[in-house]
Ligand binder design. Structure first.
Ligand SMILES: Nc1ncnc2c1ncn2[C@@H]1O[C@H](COP(=O)(O)OP(=O)(O)OP(=O)(O)O)[C@@H](O)[C@H]1O
Ligand SMILES: [Mg+2]
Length: 613
């Protein structure tokens, strides 16, 4: 056996650095977070050779006093928390007192700061094995600059894991973009090898913020985004979600912040994915920039060394709030309806308890309101409405809200003629596939089948929900083996299953009997479905799966029951379809997530013909 020695401070810091400092981008994240915690309003970042040679972050924050400077570089020293209570309600990005000590153990770090109380500033560097701090006077305006040179110069194993300058620079850029999206009130700039690459000015108004989002996420995202701002029961969700038709092949445009901290969280992704189900093309990923704000005491940020994960005290409440808010926002996207979910779920959920996941029964699809739908005799779900000349519109649908083209949902074109409905009036049918219509902005083109499919589908869902799900008893109940925990959940959430047409009976500590199931579901897959629902309930406290399965079947029926291409429609029928689209939730996309209509403004048409040029 070897003797036991205490690690030198430098080695201890280098071990800690293993968790925090992976590459130049992680250094930048730590330094910029410190500047934000210091109340800086302007943050300037500079890198050379992808950040491996040099990283410099300069801020105009409150600075560090001369006496505190040596402490700033030592481990377990922080000005942000003092006791456990502080940690449990921490509102700053930093709290471990670890970042600067770690960075200075694997690079040459120089910190210069001025609190504004003294004539000039002071500079500190950590030296040698014991990392004692060396202080010297240095000119600096109020604020702090941290210079990090030769990252991993003394840890060759780490250096080997670095990629090319270009890749490292790309990650630096990504990290800074993520940070710049987290705080709009601050200005940020990024210089690479002596050249200013990005400069984002402080953005206080919504249009300014949208400009920054467009600069960072691309103008196409902003053009296809819905602004959301919902405040309920101590939770606020705001930001922008892309329309389902602007989906991505990868989950690469997803920014989620909890109290200003970028996080990746399973619960959050699950809630968002669920909100998009039914409108997103299969295998595509939604795009969003979203901010969740809640009492810092209700979220634990001390879960992961890099602070990328959080734990919510009431995770079911958060899951349900996210799902409902976004589901509502997306349901509201239809022609003539301003795509924004400004605080409208209020009518359905006013208190925390109403939002509680336990009380939430998936039969009442949250966030849905069918006020604008006509209550046509609720035929059985199986009987898909068929297109016939007697088909009439669901409502008068004269909306005086600004009409929105799918191409510019956030900034709607001003309509001078308010009496024309958003999708206008049908002019003709093209090739038996498209409806051409004229509205206040110009020309509207509608994919007849896609639009009708969505309308039929929404109507079938509505009917199916209004009627309660028809269920049938099994002649021979189906036994299934489960874990004890799953069986307990089946007991606890028996109501949810009953509402969805299931009857489950506990047949033993680890077995369930399926006695009854919804008529519409295929018996063959039922066991797997019940299993999946139970695992959702255990993980997230709620489940949409049964409803999703039913919806899928309704979707197929809607597709078959919808007006086919090459069906001749007269003008009245076409107008009826347009009015129905305006009154139907999610009618901007068909059941498969494809767009149902598009707008060509007069200006766009003029451009095509070079009129007025
Ligand atoms: N840019 C800055 N402006 C003012 N003070 C700073 C700045 N950077 C660091 N400090 C001070 O130095 C201390 C140590 O910073 P460090 O990043 O190592 O730890 P922390 O931010 O407290 O916690 P964490 O390790 O979680 O980041 C901070 O608590 C803060 O008081
Ligand atoms: Mg810090």
């Amino acid at each position: 056996m070897n003797k036991i020695f205490t690690l030198s401070p430098r080695l201890a810091n280098q071990i800690a650095a293993g968790e925090v400092v992976e590459r130049p981008a992680s250094v930048i994240k730590e330094l910029v977070e410190n500047s934000l915690d210091a109340g800086a309003t302007q943050l300037d970042v500079e890198v050379e050779q992808g950040g491996v040679k040099l990283i410099r972050v300069r801020d105009n924050g409150h600075g560090i006093s001369r006496d505190d400077l040596p402490l700033a570089l030592s481990r377990h020293a922080t000005s942000k928390i003092i006791n456990l209570d502080d940690l449990e309600a921490v509102a700053t990005l930093g709290f471990r007192g670890e970042a600067l000590a770690s960075i200075s153990s694997v690079a040459r770090l120089r910190l210069t700061s001025n609190t504004g109380d003294e004539e000039s500033g002071w500079c500190v560097e950590a030296e040698g094995r014991d990392m004692e701090a060396r202080l010297s006077p240095a000119g600096h305006p109020q604020g702090t600059s941290v210079e990090v040179r030769d990252l991993f110069f003394n840890t060759p194993a780490r250096r080997k894991f670095l990629r090319t300058e270009r890749t490292e620079y790309g990650r630096v850029e990504d990290v800074l973009k993520r940070l710049a999206l987290s705080r709009f009130a601050q200005g940020f700039s990024l210089k690479n090898n002596g050249r200013v690459v990005h400069s984002w000015r402080p953005a206080t108004t919504q249009p300014e913020q949208e400009r920054r989002v467009a600069q960072i996420c691309g103008p196409a995202f902003m053009e296809n985004a819905v602004h959301v701002d919902i405040d309920r029961a101590g939770l606020r969700l705001w930001g922008w979600v892309a329309l389902p038709t602007f989906s991505r092949s990868q989950a690469d445009l997803q920014h989620f912040y909890v109290n200003g901290r970028a996080i990746r969280d399973k619960l959050v992704s699950h809630a968002i994915r669920q909100a998009y189900q039914d409108v997103l093309y299969h295998g595509r990923h939604p795009a969003f920039v979203l901010y969740l704000e809640l009492d810092p005491g209700n979220v634990d940020v001390n879960v992961h060394p890099t602070k990328h994960e959080v734990r919510f005290r009431d995770s079911r409440l958060v899951h349900d709030f996210l799902f409902r808010s976004l589901h509502k926002a997306l349901a509201d996207v239809r022609p003539g309806n301003e795509p924004s979910a400004q605080d409208e779920i209020g009518a359905e959920a006013d208190t925390a308890s109403e939002l509680s996941a336990q009380q939430y029964s998936p039969t009442e699809q949250p966030g849905l309101s069918f006020a604008s739908q006509s209550s046509e005799p609720s035929g059985v779900a199986e009987r898909a409405p068929s297109w016939s000349p007697t088909y009439t519109s669901a409502g008068s649908a004269t909306s005086n809200r600004p009409s929105l083209g799918t191409s510019t949902p956030v900034m709607p074109p001003a309509s001078d003629d308010e009496s024309v409905p958003p999708l206008g009036y049908a002019v003709a049918q093209l090739k038996g596939i498209y409806i051409l219509a004229e509205n206040a902005e110009g020309m509207v083109v509608v994919d007849m089948h896609a639009a009708h499919e969505r309308i039929t589908y929404e109507r079938m869902k509505e009917q199916q929900q209004a009627q309660k799900i028809q269920s049938q008893p099994l002649l021979v109940p189906q036994a299934m083996a489960v874990s004890e925990k799953e069986a307990d959940y089946a007991d606890e959430f028996a109501d949810i299953f009953v509402n969805l047409g299931f009857e489950l009976e506990r047949a033993g500590p680890e077995s369930l009997l399926i006695r009854q199931l919804p008529v519409i579901l295929n018996r063959a897959n039922v066991e797997q479905l019940v299993r999946d629902v139970l695992s959702d309930l255990i993980e997230y406290g709620s489940s949409q799966r049964i409803q999703q399965n039913i919806n899928e079947i309704l979707g197929t029926m809607a597709c078959h029951g919808s007006v086919r291409a090459n069906r001749r429609l007269n003008i009245a029928e076409m107008n009826a379809l347009l009015r129905d689209m305006e009154a139907t939730e999610r009618s901007g996309q068909c059941n498969h997530g494809r767009p149902t209509w598009t707008q060509m403004s007069l200006a766009e048409l003029d451009k095509l013909f070079m009129r007025g040029q």
